[in-house]
Design a protein around this ligand. Structure first.
Ligand code: ARG
Ligand code: ZN
Length: 879
């Protein structure tokens, strides 16, 4: 295990390397237990660096087999090799020199899935962030860019396909049944973008002709027999390539673009130059095995990794503190892509839901950190919702502030000025400031201040003077390491909806407001409108223009007015969702105190009216009908949370809505598109509306029959999984549920990705008993503890997706997680640390559960030898 030095890395410590890398030649002789890596690197001493300064290269669990300088052995007194560094003294003053470093690796026993490892017989690499140093001693940092030549040698029957970054140079037979392939990547890149794959794989091929007429070979490699399931990914890839040309003028820059899907992968996917490696969950799809949400994820992630070619690869990060420079920006780009491919408002609603579900709690708890962190102990723990999702929201706000045209000018300038660079957030912001002439200094605080700002909104209508005033006040609570906060620039899109449903167009005084956006830059600002014909209703933070919490007292009548008249679909959903949230919070408080709940009549009326309104897209209606999740309600309540009370209240409201709308839901439940399955957004929207209606109808009927019939008749995974979920969550223990679970398990026993759904659905079944069921599944001999998807599908789904089960009052859920984390940490620290973050909101629980959670966290902290990954998380959570 990598030694946890406890070292804290600081943004302010940045310093360029002492030596400059000119090129690297790598040769791999692949073998499961003893892969030999020869790395020849040409370097020279950076100008001004004294001759007494040694070359210090990074390593991680490495042993040095041999070292040559300019082809010669050197005296052992001139270098030190430890598992995590190689130091070489007395190197030439200015002339370039070559070092030849040989290391031997055991891919088969590399269970961390970082560096070179083997999964289902395939050799593959994962180098971001610091995996390259597990392959050879090198400057493993993003600001060291160089050109790579890679030669791979392997036994033909062990690895038929030998792939690396860049263009194919050539290959052929070697000796004794072995062969080789050589690759050259002309684009200088940092080590984290290096990739190698060796294996016997199935291949799907296509081509793409770029805007300047070059033909690019597209290849997707999957396990044999799974080729037909890569068709949708290929289609998404071609659409992504076209979109980046159309929207940003960015063309692909190699002769070949390859994707390899592997089944053991710590994350979603990786943007290695010209050779993306994917978790197969985000490549493989067909109607029988993938649900609509899987198709949407595949489309988004294929696009995300492809878009990194410009935002990440051609322009990379100076250091890992700048991670959001590539991730936030690339998420922003993949969001825009999906919005263009699908329904933009429905896509935005899903983004808002995700941001609030994952990023807001992170920002409100012990793991809060700025979009650009200033310190870290383990960088792998910063691939977070804050860096990714909030990072994307920050870019989106730049667009809102600048407008579409100046935003594009800023992006063009960024591409032009920084192509080939390892850049910083300051570089990025300077491009937008220059392109637009706007001062973005105050705005830049979004990168350095953690926490979700709150904006309180109040308004004042003067009937006689016909004036309307909107007062906004911002605040930002302290977060770990940041006790005092500066005032932010918060762009809040708004609309004033008049009594007749039209929008008031006049401009306010009192602060900057343009194109329907209030620019809140002071603590408190009042925007005054005059000549307003009648009392308007304010719709604020339309489209979620800023990632903030809004505090506003709005009457049910006003919210209903917005949800009836808002021209903007997202704002309409926001009004509905706010209304539902407020009701559920109040109901949860009553349930907590053991009192009778108030009737949900008004809420039911609005929801049913929305369900019936066929002028609205089905996908939108489905989103409207999906009540805020238990975790959303908990987040709103904020402290002293009792998950059982929330569950009771939400179930009661669901039942009331279901009974009130039974007729509507019964009709809509049968409205799924007939005929051959198509994954397109319109058909998926119809299935979503039918699916949620089926669930309401089943709740109203209080029998499992409808869901079982849907399960039996299903001809695609979307309907099948939805039916299984209704059965397992609404009718646990029923014969129908038992039968369906058994049918599903036997039918998909040979399809791990589908079986993951079977585990997740069970893990998320509400109630205390689920904890025992999860233990039982974990203990089964067929359960694969080493596969990250499988672990996430059971342990991750239980801890992050089952508030009542995981937060069992006796603490059994926390103890289950603690045991798993310690056990997994011995093999795969990244996975262990990620699973542990499910406890990040533990301090907002009621005192009894808080104490149980604290004991579980202490048991991890005191478990003995922990990885840097897990100890960093556990210590921050307990701090
Ligand atoms: N850069 C990858 C992406 O496209 C993710 C890499 C995650 N790496 C890690 N060490 N967690 O988002
Ligand atoms: Zn990314």
């Amino acid at each position: 295990m990598r030694t946890d030095t406890g070292h804290v890395f600081k943004l302010t410590d940045y310093k360029p390397t002492d030596f400059v890398v000119e090129r690297i030649d790598l040769t791999f002789e692949l073998d499961p237990k003893a892969t030999i890596v020869v790395s020849r690197v040409i370097l020279h001493r950076r100008e001004g660096v004294g001759t007494d300064v040694p070359l210090v290269l990074d390593g991680d669990e490495l042993t040095l087999d041999s070292l040559l300088i300019d082809g010669m052995e050197i005296d052992a007194s001139l270098y030190d090799a430890t598992p995590d560094s190689l130091t070489i003294r007395e190197l030439p003053e200015s002339a370039p020199f070559e070092i030849t470093v040989t290391t031997t690796l055991s891919p088969e026993t590399n269970t961390k899935l970082m560096g070179l490892y083997r999964t289902s017989g395939v050799y593959c690499t994962q180098c971001e962030s610091e995996g390259f140093r597990r392959i050879t001693y090198f400057y493993d940092r993003p600001d060291v860019l160089t050109v790579y030549t890679v030669t791979i040698i392997a036994a033909k029957d062990d690895a038929k396909h030998l792939l690396s970054n860049g263009n194919f140079l050539g290959g052929g037979n070697y000796d004794e049944g072995r062969h080789f392939a050589a690759w050259f990547d002309p684009h200088p890149k940092p080590a984290y973008l290096f990739a190698l794959v060796g294996g016997d794989l199935g291949l799907v091929e296509d081509t793409f002709t770029t805007m300047s007429g070059r033909e690019v070979a597209l290849k997707i490699y999957v396990e044999h027999g799974k080729e037909p399931r890569a068709a949708y990914a290929m289609d998404a890839l071609k659409r992504s390539m076209k979109w980046d040309e159309d929207v940003y003028g960015r063309e692909y820059d190699l002769d070949i673009f390859q994707i390899v899907a592997v089944s053991d992968f710590n994350m979603g996917a990786m943007e290695n130059k010209g050779l993306n490696v994917f978790n197969d969950k985000y490549v493989l799809a067909d109607p029988e095995t993938a649900a609509d949400a899987d198709y949407a994820n595949i489309e988004a992630i294929i696009a995300h990794e492809y878009f990194h070619n410009w935002t990440g690869n051609r322009i990379t990060c100076r250091d890992w503190f700048q991670l959001c420079l590539k991730e936030g920006l690339t998420v922003y780009r993949d969001h825009a892509f999906s919005a263009d491919q699908r329904s933009a408002p429905v896509k935005r609603i899903a983004e808002i839901r995700l941001l609030k579900a994952h990023q807001f709690p992170e920002d409100a708890g012990p793991l809060a950190h700025p979009v650009r962190p200033e310190t870290y102990r383990e960088i792998n723990n910063f691939y977070t919702a804050t860096v990714y999702e909030k990072g994307s929201e920050v870019v989106r706000m730049i667009r809102t502030i600048l407008g579409v045209e100046d935003f594009r000018k800023g992006m063009d300038l960024y591409f032009e000025r920084h192509d080939g660079d390892a850049a910083t957030i300051e570089d990025f912001l300077a491009c937008f400031a220059e392109a637009s002439g706007r001062d973005l200094k105050q705005f830049a605080l979004w990168y350095s201040q953690a926490g979700t700002p709150s904006v309180s909104v109040s308004s004042e209508w003067n009937e006689t003077k016909k004036t309307f005033k909107v007062t906004l006040e911002q605040s930002l609570a302290p977060t770990p390491g940041q006790s005092r906060k500066a005032l932010m620039h918060i762009p809040l899109a708004y609309g004033l909806i008049l009594p007749d449903g039209t929008e008031f167009e006049g401009q306010p005084t009192g602060g900057e407001a343009s194109d329907g956006v209030f620019h809140l830059t002071k603590r408190k600002q009042t925007f005054s409108f005059s000549n307003v014909p009648g009392r308007p209703v304010v719709s604020i933070n339309r489209g979620f223009s800023a990632p903030v919490n809004i505090a506003m007292e709005q009457s049910p009548e006003d919210l209903a007015h917005i949800s009836r008249h808002e021209s903007d679909g997202v704002a309409r959903w926001q009004a509905l969702n706010d209304y539902a949230t407020r009701h559920l919070v109040a109901a949860s408080r009553l349930a907590r105190d053991g009192r009778n709940l108030m009737p949900a009549g008004d809420l039911a009326d609005v929801l049913i009216a929305t369900a019936k309104d066929d002028t609205l897209e089905p996908a939108f209606r489905a989103q409207a009908l999906a009540l805020p999740a238990e975790s959303d309600i908990a987040r709103e309540i904020g402290s002293n949370i009792d998950p059982d009370a929330i569950h009771t209240a939400r179930e009661a409201v669901l039942a009331e809505v279901a009974r009130a709308g039974q007729e509507v839901f019964t009709t809509l439940a049968a409205s799924a598109p007939k005929g051959a399955y198509s994954p397109d957004a319109a058909a998926a929207g119809q299935r979503a509306l039918a699916g949620i209606s089926m669930s309401y109808a089943s709740i109203a009927e209080a029998t499992a029959e409808r869901a079982k019939a849907a399960f039996n008749a299903a001809d695609n995974m979307t309907v099948l999984a939805q039916a299984l979920q209704v059965l397992a969550h609404q009718f646990p223990g029923s014969d129908e549920t038992r039968e369906a679970l058994e049918t599903f398990r036997t039918r998909y026993a040979d399809n791990p990705l589908v079986l993951d759904k079977w585990y997740s659905i069970q893990a998320m079944a509400p109630g205390a008993e689920t904890c025992e069921r999860v233990e039982e599944l974990l203990a089964s001999p067929v359960f694969d503890h080493t596969n990250p998807n499988r672990m996430r599908s059971l342990v991750g789904a239980f801890t992050a997706g089952n508030p009542t089960g995981f937060n069992r009052a006796d603490g059994a859920g926390y103890r289950l997680l603690a045991r798993q984390v310690v056990e997994i940490d011995g093999r795969n620290p990244q996975l262990a640390a990620r699973l542990l973050t499910a406890m990040r909101s533990w301090r907002s629980l009621e005192p009894g559960r808080q104490e149980q959670a604290r004991l579980a966290l202490l048991s991890i902290r005191d478990a003995g030898k922990l990885s840097a990954d897990v100890s960093d998380i556990v210590e921050r959570m307990l701090a």
